[in-house]
Structures are given as C-alpha cells and as structure tokens.
Design a protein around this ligand. Structure first.
Ligand SMILES: Cc1cc2nc3c(=O)[nH]c(=O)nc-3n(C[C@H](O)[C@H](O)[C@H](O)COP(=O)(O)OP(=O)(O)OC[C@H]3O[C@@H](n4cnc5c(N)ncnc54)[C@H](O)[C@@H]3O)c2cc1C
Length: 597
C-alpha cells in the first residue's frame, strides 16, 4: 500500500506550525502530554491503515444494498467502525466525567485525518455521530442525554443530520417537515428527508437522527424551524431498546463517490408519526443546528485535505518510479530515460498538489485550533477573537480545500497519465470522492453569499478586522527572515484590493444586494486564495524556525519553503484580475437572460 498521509508533516502541523503543546498549560489538559497526543495519532494511523484503507476500493465497487427491509454494507465496514469506536475516537474530546478522554479538539481532528485519508466513506459514519452527539450534549435535557449519549459515545448508536428535503436543499428556511406536539411533551414528526448520510446501515443497533422540522402552526421561514432528536428505535427509560419508531428507509441513492456511506431518502411518520424530542428552544432549530454544521464544515475541509493528500502521495510515488522521455536539453536517444519527476511540468503538477494538500490541512487544523481556543482559552478576549476569526474563516475552510482539492486530485490523475484514468489505480476514485466536497454541507455558492453577505460585514466588519489584524501580524513576523520577507511583499497589493473591494461591496449591499452579491463566488475565491497564501506564510515561518533548530530535516523544511513560494508567487497574484471584476461590479453573468441561453 502506498502512503496515505505523511506522519512527519502531521507532526509539523500540530507542533511547529500550530504549537499545540501550548494547550498543555490549560487546566482542562493538565493530565495530557505530548506523549498522549502522539500515541493517539499512532493509534489512529494503525486502525486507519489496518481497518479502513484496505476496503476503500471495495466499498466503491460494492455499493450498500437495500432489499426493501434492511441495508447491507460490505462486511469490512463493521470491524472498522468497531475499532474506531473501541479506541475512543467517537468521544475522545468529551470531558472525562462524560466518559471521554478530554483530548483537545485539534488533536482529535488531526487523528481523524488518518481515517479520512484511508477511507472517507467509511469514516463519515463516525463524524456524523460525533456531531450529532455534540448537539445532544449542548441542547439535550438530562433525561435525553441519559438515554442516548453514552451509546453514541461508545459506538452502539450512530447519528445523522437530517436537514435536506426533496424540494429543499440550499434554502433550508423553506423546509416542510412538520412536528406536532403531544400531551406527553414529545412530538410526532412527519415528512421526507433526502440525501441523509448514514440514514440507515447495519453497523449499529440504533440511529439518532437530528431532524429540522417546523412545529405545527410555526411561522414560515427560519424562525419557524426547530430541532428534534428522532431515533430509529425508541429507547425506554431504563436505556433498553424499545419499539421501532415510525422512520422508514424509502430508498438508497447511488452516487459518484463516497459509496460506502449510505445516502438515504427517509420517510418520517408515514404510519402514526415518528416520535421526536425537541432539542433546545422551539424556533431556534437552525441556529442550534449550526453548531453541527459548523463542525461539519471544518471536517469537510479536513476530508478534502486528506483526499488531496492521498492523491498527491500516490502521484509522487508514481512520478518517482516511472521513467519516461528525456529532458529537452538531451538529444541522445541512447541515454536512459528520466523519471517523470525530473520533467519540469510534472514537478509543477506535484508542487500544485503539495500546495493544496498541505495548505488545506494547515487551514483546516487552524480552524480546529480556533474552535479549541474559542472554548478553552483562559482569556475571555482571546476566546472572543478566536470565535470571530473562526466565524469569518469557516466558509473559506469549507470551500477552498474542496474546490482546490478537486484540482489537486485532477492533477494526480494527470501525473499518472493513462493509468490515472483506469480503475487499476486509486487516483480516479479519489477524484470522484473529492467531488462531493464543494456540494455537501452547503454548496459553494451558499458559502460565498455567507462570506460576503454576512461574515465580512457583520458587527460593522468586526470579524473582517480581526482577520486582517491576524494577517498583518504574520506579515510583521515575516520580516524576520529573508525568504518570508520577500513573500510578504507579494501580499501588499492583493490585501489593499481586498480591503477596498470589501468596503465597496459592503456599501452596495445596503442599497442593491442582488448586484453586490452577484459575484460573491469570485469574492470567495479571491478571499480563499489570500487565506491560503497567509496560511502558507505561517508554514514558511515555522519552516524557517525548523531549519535553524533541526538542520537534519533540511529537505523537509526546504520543501515547505518552496511550496510557500509557489503558492504566494503563482496563485496569490491571480486575485488581481478577480478584484478588477469585483471592483467594476461586472454585470455580465447577472445580465444574462434565461432566453439567451
Ligand atoms: C452525498 C451527499 C451527502 C449528503 N449528506 C447530507 C446529510 O447527511 N444531511 C443533509 O441534510 N443533507 C445532506 N446532503 C444534501 C446537501 O447538503 C445538499 O445537496 C446541498 O445542500 C445542496 O442542496 P440541493 O442538492 O438541493 O441543491 P440546490 O439547493 O438545488 O442547489 C443547486 C445549485 O444551485 C445553487 N444555488 C442554490 N441556491 C442558490 C442561491 N441562493 N444563490 C446562488 N446559487 C444557488 C447551488 O450552489 C447549487 O450549485 C448530502 C448531499 C450529497 C450529494
């Protein structure tokens, strides 16, 4: 098996670029140590390589089957789920008194990256369960927690997020599923949900669906939406499984990738109404669900990074082995052929993949580290700053790794040439798996609207200002080394243009939101490139420090510096024509008419 992730690089991200060991000063982590973090990563790697990676292709070829009564997954899935759960990866971040290992979020996220790189489709059941259990921890009553939380933490029950309906995807404010209050305080839920990942499977005794529905008579729009816990099987007060709830699998969807994750159409309440329990406040369902959605968005960034990473390593190994052709300067056919990696254009394709894979991992783990600071930083002002920064970066962490992850996996296919297009190699499956990421957890255009229409302008631009201050602080540090100082100068014009365009579009938003937001996806892309370049500058700074302290690792650090140089000099300036379009509020797509197509 080729490598699925680079252990050395993961350690760089955690300890050199993010300085995760600083968390050991916090009271919550007094019992933790670097050794525990490393052992956690090593366990994740072992289980990922032994239990998840070997069935990646099989899970793609043998899709889950539904015989009208039950769903069957390939046999390898259950032992993988059990191993992950038994090792504590469903509740590792919970407090010790909840039965967890009290690990920092960012260490948990880094560990999960091994599973995502090994087999994203099998791993998806776990992160859905983690997100659903976290919702229950935050919004559940003591009674609900007593019934459902422990089995979700140890893998007896799994979780889902059930938002999308056949007629409502991006526009969640219009969902139609109805919940009718009952005298006993429960609700009867009726409606159909579509695309629900893990909505049925044969891995766990029960499935806990987190369902968005409208309480009968509630107002239209977002204010009428509430959050419900709807189990597949009811659980009695003593914790034992009771009757089957009125939740039925209407069918499985057949997908381009992630095939070993079931994609289900679920019917709630076709007979007498599915029993549901309100979580949190009525009418605040979407706001509550944002906790799970925001966690999932960072996780999509991590998934995209992991899939891009695996494709990159596959292409790198292939390019180092296969000999083909000679350099342009060599005219002698009797000389041996060179390896692919010696061709400048193959190196370009590899460097572009390295920039995306390691950049996306750094960006997503930075998001996980901000989530950590938001909750556990001892200083209140620092918690608030982390929360604002995470808020504005979340649409970027979801979107940049997803969009450019697709490009990276496309490049991996290209490096393998004809072999990349065959099913004998994993490059084509990785590309298909990656293609989901710009769609689920909010399609890319929705994140673009969120970034420009809300996050960049909210609270008088408070989050934007925090973001800009963070970038300026890194640029200040960059002056310490020749290499990073040179890269820092490339930021001057794109940042000035970003500031100007953001102010201009913020003003236009108030008077003409349709025009202001018409090119939001261009804004998201330009913003994403700036964030990615900034993240690479932070990595370059860590690499310079590493070069000084660990000369034996010079090749590793020089590789980081070259990838930073690539991203900042090749990709960051590509924002300038994007800012031209944004500044002139170019109307070409907006003015195109249906009848002209
Ligand atoms: C494999 C898979 C797994 C999924 N898992 C889950 C899950 O577990 N739970 C769950 O609830 N959902 C899940 N989904 C659903 C997913 O979140 C939706 O597919 C996604 O939100 C888009 O909704 P839609 O498919 O209805 O597309 P639509 O909303 O119809 O959008 C179609 C296109 O139009 C664009 N568009 C829509 N509205 C706007 C707008 N206002 N401005 C500009 N462009 C717009 C979108 O960007 C998109 O490109 C999953 C989907 C897939 C494919």
């Amino acid at each position: 098996m080729t490598r699925i992730l680079d252990e050395r690089d993961l350690a760089f991200h955690l300890y050199e670029y993010l300085d995760t060991e600083r968390l050991l000063q916090r009271e919550r982590y007094a019992e933790q140590s670097r050794e525990i973090f490393d052992a956690t990563l090593a366990t994740a790697r072992r289980i990922a390589e032994e239990r998840f990676a070997p069935h990646l292709a099989k899970g793609d070829a043998d899709e889950p089957a539904f015989d009208g009564t039950s769903v069957t997954l390939i046999a390898e899935t259950k032992p993988a789920w059990d191993a992950l759960a038994e090792a504590g990866f469903l509740n590792a971040h919970w407090d010790a008194d909840e039965g967890g290992l009290q690990l920092p979020q960012v260490v948990h996220s880094a560990a999960v990256t091994w599973f995502n790189a090994a087999n994203v489709a099998t791993t998806a059941y776990s992160w859905l369960t983690v997100g659903a259990a976290n919702l229950l921890r935050t919004f559940g009553t003591a009674e609900l927690k007593a019934r459902f939380l422990a089995p979700m933490g140890d893998g007896r029950f799994a979780g889902t997020m059930a938002l999308t309906e056949p007629a409502q995807g991006s526009a969640l404010g219009d969902i139609r599923t109805i919940a009718e209050p009952q005298a006993d305080g429960t609700y009867r839920v009726r409606g159909q949900k579509m695309f629900i990942s893990g909505g049925d499977q044969n891995l766990t005794a029960n499935i806990v669906h987190m369902v968005l529905a409208r309480i009968k008579g509630a107002p239209t729009g977002v204010k009428g939406i509430s959050l419900f816990l709807v189990p597949k099987v009811l659980v009695n007060a003593d914790g034992k499984l009771g009757e089957r709830n009125d939740v039925a699998l209407a069918g499985l969807l057949h997908k381009m990738g992630w095939r070993n994750t079931t994609s289900t159409v679920l019917s709630f309440g076709e007979k007498h109404g599915a029993v549901g329990y309100l979580l949190g406040e009525a009418g605040k369902g979407l706001a509550h669900m944002f906790q799970m959605m925001n966690e999932a968005r960072i996780n999509v960034g991590l998934c995209a990074a992991a899939i891009a990473y695996r494709g990159y390593l596959l292409a790198l190994d292939y390019a180092r082995e296969r000999a083909q052709g000679r350099l342009p300067s060599c005219k002698d056919p009797s000389t041996p052929q060179v390896r692919l990696i010696e061709h400048a254009d193959v190196r370009r394709l590899l460097l572009a993949q390295k920039a995306v894979a390691e950049g996306a991992l750094a960006m997503s783990l930075y998001g996980a580290s901000l989530a950590e600071d938001q909750h556990t930083h001892p200083d209140r002002a620092a918690r608030e700053t982390a929360a604002l920064l995470l808020d504005i970066l979340t649409p970027v962490i979801k979107s940049w790794p997803s969009r450019y992850g697709c490009l990276a996996n496309d490049h991996a296919i290209q490096v393998l040439g004809g072999s990349g297009y065959t099913r004998e190699y994993l490059a084509e499956q990785l590309y298909r798996d990656q293609r989901l990421n710009p769609i689920h957890e909010g399609a890319e255009a929705i994140h673009a609207l969120d970034l420009l229409g809300r996050k960049a302008v909210m609270q008088g631009g408070a989050a934007y200002k925090v973001f800009r201050a963070a970038v300026d602080s890194t640029l200040g540090e960059a002056a310490r080394f020749d290499s990073t100082r040179a890269l820092g100068t490339v930021f001057t014009t794109p940042l000035a243009r970003l500031d100007a365009v953001t102010a201009q579009l913020a003003a236009l938003l108030a008077t003409d939101p349709d025009r202001a937001l018409a090119n939001a996806s261009v804004y998201l892309d330009a913003f994403g490139r700036i964030v990615a370049a900034w993240i690479w500058l932070k990595q370059a700074l860590a690499a310079e420090r590493g070069l000084a302290n660990r000369p034996a690792d010079a090749d590793f650090y020089r590789g980081k510096l070259q990838a930073a140089r690539y991203y900042v000099t090749w990709e960051l300036p590509a924002t300038l024509p994007q800012f031209d379009l944004l500044a002139e509020v170019n109307n070409v797509p907006l003015d195109m008419r249906d009848g002209w197509f």
